[in-house]
Write a protein that binds this ligand. Structure first.
Ligand SMILES: Cc1cc2nc3c(=O)[nH]c(=O)nc-3n(C[C@H](O)[C@H](O)[C@H](O)COP(=O)(O)OP(=O)(O)OC[C@H]3O[C@@H](n4cnc5c(N)ncnc54)[C@H](O)[C@@H]3O)c2cc1C
Length: 484
């Protein structure tokens, strides 16, 4: 019997997985394989939180495949060599996979495509992680989009939702004799157990992705448009890590939400439309990374390569990373990130603005920290959003738009609920001072047993001065770059 390899990567699911679906339809014997090859990810091998997620996601996939009578083969090493070995061993005549868009991985896949072609093995690739292929959209003049709204409109014109593909009913036709290492041997879990917070907050895997979508549609979707910006409420979907690892496809999320909001008069329509727009932001980030692969490391707006960021301030960077800047909303966000491997989107924007503008540090330092600590760390979304916040990316917030963490906190966390969740040392402080604890009079500090400067840090700098320094640096930068 003819044999085909299904190569799982960032598509760790059985349903709506075009590579698996088409391979299964081809009536071949299947080899289902996952190859761990962090050395092939260029400068961006999976960070610590992502590795934790990957360990559990692979375990889930492996047991689901087993339930259907199949077997997931796990290997680690050089992808091309391992695929060629499997082909030599089993006589496989085709490899099925879903596209990857990270520049180093896309390049590797193209090289593998050529090698396979040369030995007469077909390589079938599908756009299973996006609604539309990044190259499917272009402006009227045939160039990639750099502005979101026209991209979004074009996306709406081109994309027609079709029913997600079903999972195979069984996987009895899997080859079971090839060697596999165990998932534990990949050593994805750290030796020191710092990940209890991740365990409390997340259940990786395809079934949990679907449960998360269900929770969202039942208890949050109706309020999504109005309340998603409040970090103390759970009005967003929390689907980002599931989407990143491909435990759910954007098509499944789109189909489900779109279906629920039909007909348009339905009161969920506005929220559903807003949610779908967020999925299109995700697509836009991939569009940018695909067309401008240098943006994983360099700003899209090349002028910003020379922006006068401060070279190094380890103490300040550490204060930001550990949530001890003395600005409660920033600190709450950074502690949420450390504890859960996730942070609310609005707070992500605030901490990013704080780092790149008030602290005057490069967006790359922030992107690197997020990369290591986020369970949803995604090269396209992370580089895109950091550059957006730093004013040097596609359709970016202008550099001079500097979020004020105090007024943002008063607006989006008025009772300080989010702050008190992540900064327990401030819980007994009266609400009046929760956004600006350094203003708490001494007698109240003594009464409440919260001594600012001891139990919670004093601000690392004066907000107004740091804002002015950022604006001055920007003006200087604009003048210098205009002369070039
Ligand atoms: C500095 C910074 C860094 C970020 N890094 C990442 C990252 O590494 N990985 C990541 O998935 N998202 C990143 N985001 C985008 C966004 O914060 C998260 O996608 C969102 O908070 C995930 O929560 P959710 O699933 O509840 O979102 P929801 O509001 O429920 O949105 C649904 C889905 O839409 C997509 N989405 C929403 N907002 C964005 C956005 N701005 N850009 C791209 N896709 C979006 C996500 O896939 C998300 O799961 C970053 C944002 C900022 C400001």
């Amino acid at each position: 019997m003819d044999t085909a390899i299904v190569w799982f990567r960032q598509d760790l699911r059985l349903a709506d997985n075009p590579a698996l679906y088409h391979a299964a339809k081809s009536s071949r014997q299947l080899i289902l394989v996952y190859i761990h090859s962090p050395q092939e990810h260029g400068k961006w091998p999976p960070g610590a939180a992502s590795r934790w997620w990957l360990h559990h996601s692979l375990s889930d996939l492996q047991s689901r495949i087993k339930q259907l009578g199949g077997r997931l083969v796990v290997r680690q090493g050089d992808s091309q060599q391992l695929l060629l070995q499997l082909i030599a061993q089993t006589g496989a005549s085709a490899v099925y996979a879903n596209y990857l868009y990270e520049p180093a991985l896309a390049k590797r896949d193209d090289a593998i495509h050529t090698v396979l072609q040369n030995i007469g093995v077909s390589f079938h690739r599908y756009h299973g992680s996006l609604l539309l292929a990044p190259e499917a959209l272009q402006t009227g003049s045939g160039t990639p989009f750099k502005v979101f709204t026209p991209y979004w409109k074009k996306h709406q014109q081109l994309y027609s939702p079709d029913k997600p593909l079903s999972a195979p009913k069984n996987l009895h036709n899997c080859e079971t004799s090839v060697d596999s290492t165990s998932i534990a041997q990949l050593q994805l879990l750290p030796t020191i157990n710092w990940y209890q917070g991740l365990e409390q907050h997340w259940r990786p895997g395809e079934q949990h992705a679907l449960k998360t979508l269900k929770r969202f549609t039942q208890s949050a979707l109706d309020g999504y448009k109005e309340r998603r910006d409040n970090p103390y409420e759970r009005y967003t979907s929390a689907l980002s890590p599931y989407l990143h690892f491909g435990e759910i496809s954007p098509k499944q999320a789109y189909w489900h939400i779109n279906h629920l909001a039909d007909p348009p008069a339905h009161n969920r329509y506005a929220s559903a439309e807003t949610f779908i727009k967020e999925l299109i932001w995700r697509e836009f980030a991939y569009h940018i990374l695909h067309h401008f692969p240098h943006t994983s490391d360099q700003p899209l707006d090349k002028r910003f390569q020379d922006f006068p960021y401060i070279k190094s301030n380890k103490k300040l960077l550490r204060a930001w990373q550990t949530g001890s800047t003395g600005y409660p909303l920033v600190d709450a966000g950074m502690r949420e990130l450390w504890h859960c491997g996730w942070m609310h989107n609005r707070v992500r924007m605030i901490v990013a603005s704080f780092l790149t503008k008030n602290c005057l540090m490069s967006w790359k330092q922030g992107a690197q920290w997020f990369w290591d600590t986020l369970v949803d760390a995604d090269l396209a979304a992370n580089s895109f959003n950091w550059q957006w916040c730093a004013g040097c990316g596609a359709d970016a917030a202008p550099y001079f738009r500097i979020f004020n963490p105090v007024t943002q906190s008063q607006k989006f966390d008025p009772d300080g609920e989010y702050i008190k969740t992540w900064l327990p040392e401030l819980r007994s402080l009266p609400d009046l001072y929760i956004h600006e604890p350094w203003k708490t009079p001494n007698n109240i500090q003594t009464e409440t047993n919260v001594i600012i400067g001891k139990d919670y840090p004093l601000p690392v700098f004066d907000l107004k001065q740091s804002r002015q320094r950022a604006l001055d640096s920007y003006q200087q930068f604009v003048k210098t770059s205009a002369k070039k």
